[in-house]
Design a protein around this ligand. Structure first.
Ligand code: CP
Ligand code: NVA
Length: 293
């Protein structure tokens, strides 16, 4: 069983993973075992939360940079995945190209976990749901509004929220919406409201969510994107359109005064630090579940 996108789990399994994430006393299912964590891109939260989740389950994380192993150059990714299976109980990978994860999964004797690709960020989506459930005590019937780039975080959030029975709205600048392929994938979980007006998306929403205007690897597009994304900044006025009981979430890292203002990120509606902590609990819940299935 691999976890490359949230819908690799059924809706019931997703809730099971979230329930486990809320438990602090889990069986040490990784006792005496290793977990390989390969990062093609920088990471603060994912590396630390995954390493600590492995430790909390009794295991030993081995974090690996691509230049150490010559990912895809010194050796095919499929061969590396087979090799990791000789030593480890699971393989996590953060890659540019989602197809690399599919190649790893095709050859790996151990579960492969997507730690972020160009297409998806399913570990993040687990922490997002966990945070929303902690705040509101439920998921079904709530409305999440994603504002910004139709990217990896947006896709996994939409799928996760839809699977959990939430209503989903997405507001992106024209030309930066979810791809056709992503929309099709999301449509298996829910029928999101798609708009280019952030106020329409957030009106009366329970959760307002945003992410970077340009993702890792898209830095050269920054100047071209900034003016198009400026009307999508989450500021106090946009949060007011959602209402006083709405919460603000962001996968982080945040780019202050780009996609979000200081006043929202540091304000009373923000739950971003709780959300960041939940990355560790969610990863622990997922690893525990994977080791038993
Ligand atoms: N949210 C997230 O994945 O953060 P990192 O890129 O720091 O791991
Ligand atoms: N969309 C961002 C998320 C970072 C956690 C990226 O891919 O860089």
């Amino acid at each position: 069983m691999n976890y490359l996108e949230v819908d690799d789990l059924s809706a019931t399994e997703l809730i099971d993973v979230l329930d486990r994430a809320g438990e602090t006393k889990l069986e040490p299912v990784l006792s005496g075992k290793g977990v390989a964590l390969v990062f093609e891109k920088p990471s603060a939260r994912t590396r630390n939360s995954m390493e600590m989740a492995v430790v909390q389950l009794g295991g030993h994380p081995v974090t690996i940079r691509p230049d150490e192993i010559g990912l895809g150059r010194r050796e095919r990714v499929e061969d590396l995945a087979r090799m990791f299976g000789c030593y480890h109980a699971a393989l996590g990978a953060r890659v540019f190209d989602h197809d690399e994860l599919e190649l790893m999964a095709s050859a790996s004797p151990i579960p492969v976990i997507n730690m972020l690709s160009d297409a998806a960020h399913p570990l993040q989506a687990l922490a997002d749901l966990l945070t929303i459930r902690q705040v509101f005590g439920q998921l079904g019937g709530l409305t999440v509004a994603y504002v910004g780039d139709g990217n990896n975080v947006c896709r996994s959030l939409c799928i996760a929220a839809g699977m959990a029975g939430m209503r989903v709205r997405v507001a992106c600048p024209r030309g930066y919406e979810l791809s056709q392929e992503d929309e099709e994938r999301v449509s298996r979980a829910c029928t999101p409201t798609l708009t280019s007006d952030p106020r329409v998306a957030v009106s009366g929403a329970d959760v307002v969510y945003t992410d970077a205007w340009f993702s890792m690897g898209q830095e050269s597009q920054a100047e071209a994107r900034r003016p198009l994304f400026a009307p999508f900044q989450v500021d106090d006025q946009l949060m007011a359109a959602a209402g006083p009981d709405a919460i603000f979430l962001h996968c982080l890292p945040a780019h202050r005064d780009e996609e979000v203002t200081d006043s929202v990120l540091d304000g009373p509606q923000s739950r971003v630090w709780q959300q960041a902590e939940n990355r560790m609990h969610a990863s622990r819940g997922l690893l525990s579940w994977l080791m038993e299935h």
